[in-house]
Design a binder for this molecule. Structure first.
Ligand code: FES
Length: 398
């Protein structure tokens, strides 16, 4: 939804898509809190760098979060972006603060990522002793701990081997791509190119992830009576993308669809389902059907029991807690959908944290620097940074 807000602002302010020179954007290091965790082993750890967009921990962090988001030229490019980012962030802050206030005062994404990372590294030490000790680090794109904060911590720990592990199951240049470009800048700035880097850039159909998701859906379906379950429809919901990004060749829509297909296979296709896309606004074309339109359509068709599954994020965040629970939940109620249920995010689910450890272990065993898919840029990509980061990471093979 926040990305949507950014794009909505852009649509209003930027009728042309003039692309300016792309200055390097160094993540600001202000607001340093206690993001560093202690390591007790004397051997330098195998680092597992968990990358994600992050979210404001408190409402006081909302402005900086938005400012960094609006400044991200891998996400979108605005004329006079330096000034536009400040202006839009300032204008959007009060409304977004209210939304975070409604979900308890801030984003839980850092808390969940830490919990997931701690559980994953413990399992990894057991199932992959040859590369132990493992230590997770967190690199958020728009809030602390920023990429450079994580890199500083890794430097302090004397890390020589690092695995970048995106926390987006499906790859998009707007999310994982932006984080990897930012990481490449941070590595150059902090002189970390001696580290042996490799990347887990996507895992949309990993069996552990599919299993964890299917189990969460089953648990939610079990809350219905038998009669209600017969009528249940599973509605997968993922953040939408503008069609300009889709048409550029972004792999995200196909990978989200692949996740959905694997989850439904796991559920033996016992229920009808649809994949819908949330958060889109503004006059430009976005990938659909929109989740809110699908709600209306299902209500019109007399469907009362809708199970909505957030399929493109692995922990709670504003799109689940505010958009799905508050906004769409109330809309569903008004439309007479009495059995609206939102499937729990994976958060600290042990099946999921086991899957995280398995994904890393399989990556280590495969001894692959980057996936076969990542070096191939979107056919219509014109961003120089996408080329720079690919050149750097693929060179790790040599
Ligand atoms: Fe997709 Fe650059 S935008 S590779």
């Amino acid at each position: 939804m926040l990305i949507t807000s950014l794009l909505r602002s852009t649509v209003k302010q930027c009728q042309t898509e003039a692309r300016l020179a792309r200055p390097l954007l160094w993540a600001p290091m202000q607001h340093m809190r206690t993001y560093v965790t202690e390591t007790t082993s004397t051997k330098s750890p195998t680092a597992v760098l968990l990358t994600n967009m992050g979210g404001p921990e408190t409402t006081d962090d909302v402005y900086n979060f938005l400012h960094n988001l609006f400044s991200d030229r891998d996400l979108m490019q605005l004329p006079f972006q330096k000034y536009a980012a400040k202006f839009i962030a300032k204008r959007r802050t009060p409304q977004i603060m209210e939304q975070y206030q409604a979900i308890g005062g801030g984003s839980p994404i850092l808390r969940w990522t830490r919990t997931q990372g701690a559980a994953m590294e413990k399992i990894l030490d057991e199932i992959c002793p040859e590369t132990a000790p493992h230590k997770h680090y967190i690199a958020f794109r728009y809030v602390e701990p920023y990429t450079n904060t994580a890199l500083e911590e890794m430097k302090k720990d004397g890390v020589e081997r690092a695995i970048v592990f995106t926390q987006y199951p499906q790859y998009s240049c707007s999310t994982t791509g932006s984080s990897l470009n930012d990481l490449h800048r941070g590595i150059s700035e902090l002189g970390m190119d001696h580290v042996r880097w490799s990347i887990i850039d996507r895992w949309p159909t990993h069996p552990g992830f599919i299993d964890a998701t299917a189990k969460k859906i089953e648990a939610k379906l079990a809350e219905y009576t038998e009669e209600e379950r017969k009528d249940a429809v599973i509605m997968f919901s993922a953040h939408s993308l503008p069609m300009s990004v889709v048409n550029r060749g972004d792999p995200y829509p196909a990978e989200v669809a692949a996740t959905v297909d694997h989850v439904m296979n796991k559920l033996d296709h016992r229920y009808p389902h649809r994949l819908c896309w949330q958060s889109q606004v503004g006059p430009k074309a976005w990938l659909g059907p929109q989740t809110s339109d699908a709600l209306k359509g299902f209500a019109k068709a007399g469907k009362k029991n809708l199970v909505v599954v957030p399929i493109a994020f692995t922990s709670d965040h504003i799109e689940t807690l505010y958009e799905l629970d508050h906004e769409y939940g109330s809309e569903a109620k008004k439309l007479g959908i009495t059995g609206w249920k939102r499937v729990d995010a994976l958060n600290d689910d042990p099946v999921f944290t086991q899957a995280m450890a398995d994904i890393v272990k399989e990556h280590i065993q495969k001894d692959e620097v980057v996936s076969k898919k990542w070096p191939l840029r979107c056919p219509d990509c014109t961003f120089e940074t996408c080329g720079h980061s690919r050149n750097f990471f693929t060179k790790q093979k040599e």
